[in-house]
Design a protein around this ligand. Structure first.
Ligand code: CIR
Length: 258
């Protein structure tokens, strides 16, 4: 039997000291952020995941954004070396949790990768070259994945933090995009949908089994998605968004056989 695991991590009491690149700092209501995070986990459960929640750490303001610390494939899990130095201490707890499910491969210095820069669609792995992810990290990822038949495709991104701020998958053929931040031709072979609305952060959606989890703050894009027949469950993550996080960032979702 196949079951889905979602690794999450509690919101740090220090989240107000998070890294920010494209956003101005705003006060974050910690209790509200925690409530939103619990609601996010509940949706993951409803969509079929078993939650493995790691504890918060007062020294790690951004640790709720577990996505950046690892990339999980059917065959291995790659433990990243996050681009922001302040986030490098986040990886051991995630590696320890993942070691129960997968063989681990570690990105080593001078490589850096944030999981938010890695979009996996079937056996194609798009890697955003950003301030967080460098070519050494990308080359190490490619070496780790080539034996398993994945192709690693570099993608340039401009104007946002991570590749997955600009593009994520709706299914195996269709990518939800914000064309202002990426160039289409890099994603040849896929259908790109961009509803061209003013909802600039709306290209981040998470596939959970056959469902989709999405932030409730993009009603226009949601309407377009539903009109196209996608079944989407929404959650309010507005406090976490002030820390420049989106829905993909708060979990590592993968299948295990039980
Ligand atoms: C950071 O700048 O690292 C965090 N404040 C936000 C990380 C969001 N992660 C993601 O999009 N994968």
């Amino acid at each position: 039997m196949i079951r889905l695991i979602a690794i999450t991590r509690d919101v740090s009491p220090a989240i107000a000291a998070c890294e920010l690149t494209h956003l101005a700092r705003e006060p974050i209501d910690l209790n509200r952020a925690k409530e939103q995070h619990r609601a996010y986990e509940k949706v993951l459960e409803r969509l079929g995941c078993v939650i493995e929640r790691l504890p918060a750490d007062a020294q790690m303001p951004d640790a709720v954004f577990v996505e950046d610390t690892a990339i999980v494939f059917d065959e291995i899990a790659v433990i990243t070396r996050p681009g922001a130095e302040s986030r490098r201490s986040e990886t051991p707890a995630v590696a320890s949790a993942l070691s129960r499910h997968r063989t681990l491969v570690h990105i080593e210095e001078p490589g850096t990768i944030d999981g938010g820069d890695v979009l996996v669609v079937g056996h194609v792995v798009f890697v955003g070259r950003t301030s967080r992810t460098n070519d050494a990290g990308l080359d190490q990822l490619r070496r780790a994945l080539t034996p398993f038949g994945y192709s690693v495709v570099p993608a340039s991104v401009r104007g946002c933090l991570h590749l997955k701020s600009a593009i994520t998958a709706l299914d195996d053929r269709t990518l939800l995009t914000n064309r202002r931040w990426i160039a289409d031709q890099q994603f040849a072979g896929f259908e790109l949908v961009d509803f061209g609305s003013s909802e600039s952060m709306a290209a981040n959606i998470v596939r959970v089994g056959s469902g989709l989890l999405y932030a409730s703050s993009f009603p226009r894009t949601l309407e377009h998605l539903e009109r196209r027949g996608y079944s989407v469950t929404t959650v309010d993550v507005s406090e976490l968004a002030k820390a420049e996080g989106a829905v993909t960032c708060c979990s590592l979702i993968f299948a295990v056989e039980r």
